[in-house]
Design a protein around this ligand. Sequence first.
Ligand SMILES: Nc1ncnc2c1ncn2[C@@H]1O[C@H](COP(=O)(O)OP(=O)(O)OP(=O)(O)O)[C@@H](O)[C@H]1O
Length: 734
Amino acid sequence: MDVQRKPLITQNGSRLPQPQSQSKLKPPTSFKRPRSPDEVSACKRSRRDTSTSSSNETLNSSTVSISITSSKQCLSSSVPKLRNSKSTSTLRPSVLKQPSTSKTKSTATVKPISRQAPVSNKTTSGNVSRAVESTGVEPTTSNSTAKPTAAGGNRKRPTWDLKGRLQDMEELLRSQDVHSQTLATQLTDYNQRIAYLESQKNQLSDVVSQKEQQTSDASKQITNLRNQLKNAEDEFNSMKRKYQQELDDLNFANTSLKRQREALEGDILALQQETSGLKSTMSQLTSAQAGLNAELESTKLLLDQSVKDGKDKDAEIQQLKKDILAHLATIDENNAKLREHETERRKLHNSIQELKGNIRVFCRVRPLIGDETLGNDGSLQHMSFPDIEGKILELEKIGDVSLNESTISAARRANNKYEFNFDKVFQPTSTQAEVFEEISQLIQSALDGYNVCIFAYGQTGSGKTYTMEGPNTGDPETIGMIPRAVMQIFDTIRGLEDNGWQYQFEASFLEIYNETIRDLLGNLKEEVKHEIKLAGQGNNEVVVTNLTVVPVTTEKQIHALLKTAAQNRAVAETKCNERSSRSHSVFRLKITGSNEFTGEKCQDLKESCRSILEQDHVYPDSSGTLNLVDLAGSERLKESGSEGQRLKETQNINKSLSNLGIVILALANKDSHIPYRNSKLTYLLQNSLGGNSKTLMFVNVSPKEDNFQETLNSLRFATKVNQCNIGTATKKIK
Ligand SMILES: Nc1ncnc2c1ncn2[C@@H]1O[C@H](COP(=O)(O)OP(=O)(O)OP(=O)(O)O)[C@@H](O)[C@H]1O
């Protein structure tokens, strides 16, 4: 039985200790070499034969011989192999010689034998010699097995030498007996050895069982340990995961805390800076406080002084209050007087205006412009302004131009000189401001409740539009009479508001072209028909149907309306050439005012013709209308040669302008019938051409000598108007 056991190896590769040392369990090496099946069977047979021969002494020699021979063969086949083997224990004869005592069974007895190994061949051979000596039999080998047969005599006995041969056989038999004894001894040894080994085997089997049990226990233990290990690993892993999670959480918390710490550090820094700033402010405030304290002390002293003074002043104030009350009473008294004086001033102003005449004519000569100045130093050869007061214009015909006698009757002088007297003559150098200054009193009359009508009459290109509206250059110096009148009205009412006057304004702007009224503030695309009607209380207020009338409260609004009207006229002009020259434009501003202190009101009393000088004036109501009219070109338009639209245009212009003259003359002659309705223009202006109205006519003339005849015609027409006294402006008493 192989007692060598594999070492117990744990899963981690460590060796578990063997229950006994290998050396103790190692069987004698002489038993290790396995025999071949032939050898085993031969030996078995030999033993059986030997046993048989030894037990049966009756064996015959041949049988013994064969048995010995076979045993010898068996040995001879074994010995050479043993000799060749390096295993000393197998070959050592001493092993064979060992007594089969009980001691040989103990392991301790075996060990010394084992310790003798290795044994050299020399030793082996020595032992063999000693075996020969003890037995007296020479060791045999397989080769020498035949030799004993020959040893009896290498020389072969003759067949007939039976005695010799018998001796040889006996000799051989003796030697074989000796050998047999030796072998028997050896066999006994072997048996003892086998028994010993059997007991060893049993012991080892027990050990093996124990070891197996131990192994099983160890395996179970290992399994348990593995399970524990696995559990521990699982637990470890779960703990690891848990701790990892906790670690992550802690890391996250740590990062958050770091951020918070950084933020707090930033806050701390800011607070530190703020604190240092506050400290410095505090120190400044402290020093300032010290200064203030000092100042306070001095102020307290001053205050004490002031309190003393205050008491004195209180007495003074009481006295002053009394004085103020007395003054206020005086002021009220004076204001009442002022209002009375204002009313008186109005009366006087309008009386003066009436004394000046209700129709006044201003002549304006425009300067030469553009190409007209070529070859001319700006002086006018055919015109002169002889008087210092600026009321006379002299017109002189240069050259042999024959004048129509009928046109020069009124103003003819010797040497073709014509002198014209007007309320004012403005030379070409006169500015817009100078011109307006002369008409500003009329604007005041409109605020006082009078109807005011300002015309611009003259031939085309004589400067009517320039005078009334001004050039569209944006230059405040050149703005015309209409914007200046608006400006003055709003400037004036701002001052009158303090005296209790409140005003409302309504503006409209229309043109009369070809005896058709067109709304310049309305929608041009709409073809709206406009008619003139008398409406209102007593049917004495002239109104235009479908006309845009805009309530205005500011100067700016009126300027916007004027701009709209100019744009609409420009559009109309593109449709009809020179339309502006061939139409009358009328800007109307209706002014209504009342005085909350005096109860005065503006009222337009058209039907009344009584002079304000003849009345005890009471102003229950007051409203006036300012009419600013830019008339169509007054040049003599020849009807012959004109046809169609142009002829109609010409006829309408001639008609309306001549009718204007007729109406003015009729008013001057105090005719019973005033032909207002003969033209749209006079019908529209009927309340501004008589009664309580005040009329101003600008006669604009061209400085060009070429326009001499037309200039003469215009001046004559204006002279005729200027000579009219068309009644006095009045206010109705209620
Ligand atoms: N006092 C002035 N100073 C400078 N330029 C003037 C003056 N009066 C008129 N003009 C210029 O003369 C030209 C003709 O004037 P404006 O158009 O006012 O004439 P008008 O009589 O209105 O003509 P129309 O009948 O064709 O409308 C314009 O270029 C204008 O700027």
